[in-house]
Ligand binder design. Structure first.
Ligand code: THU
Length: 166
């Protein structure tokens, strides 16, 4: 038996004011999207803003439903819409934030496992690092330079194709 240790690198900024301008603007768009979220059950409004390599920004927010599993996270709403509209473009950054209607969200929102899986596939498809910028509605901002940081050892289509093709 052997053990291997892997390191991950996350940059932390005290607030959005410490980010470079592009990232701060992307986060501001995510925040605006969060305000429009449809979250009548959780009262936890999430916003995401995706920057594509053609410069276009697509935003999304969580969409809940009385049949709970039918809802979708903000990140996937934004990414699926982006890839539906611009299938030849690559997402190069995504900002994620949340507004708590019960109490303020003061720590970074890190994406759920399903969203990470989706982000990892689009990153791989595009062949460019997908930067992930995470914040609550205020406070510390965490930045990962690639989805590989947030989802190491991901299940990816190259492995799938290796085993399902003749
Ligand atoms: N949610 C997101 O939109 N993104 C995440 O990364 C985590 C969770 C949503 C799903 C649901 O509408 C609400 O937050 C509470 O889980």
């Amino acid at each position: 038996m052997s053990k291997e240790f892997f390191q991950i690198e996350i940059s932390k900024y005290p607030s959005e004011n410490d980010l470079e301008l592009n990232d701060r603007q992307l986060l501001a768009q995510a925040h605006e999207a969060a305000l429009r979220a449809y979250a009548p059950y959780s009262h936890f409004k999430v916003g995401a803003a995706v920057l594509l390599d053609n410069g276009i920004i697509i935003t999304g927010n969580n969409q809940e439903n009385a049949a709970y599993p039918s809802g979708l996270c903000a990140e996937r709403v934004a990414l699926f819409y982006a890839n539906a509209q611009f299938p030849d473009c690559t997402p190069v950054a995504i900002a994620i934030t949340a507004i708590g209607e019960t109490r303020p969200v003061t720590e970074p929102i890190t994406p759920c496992g399903s969203c990470r899986q989706v982000m990892a596939e689009y990153e791989k498809k595009g062949g460019k690092n997908l930067k992930v910028i995470m914040q609550g509605q205020e406070g510390v901002v965490m930045v990962a330079d690639s989805m590989k940081v947030l989802l190491p050892f991901s299940f990816a289509n190259d492995l799938l194709l290796k085993y399902i093709t003749n």
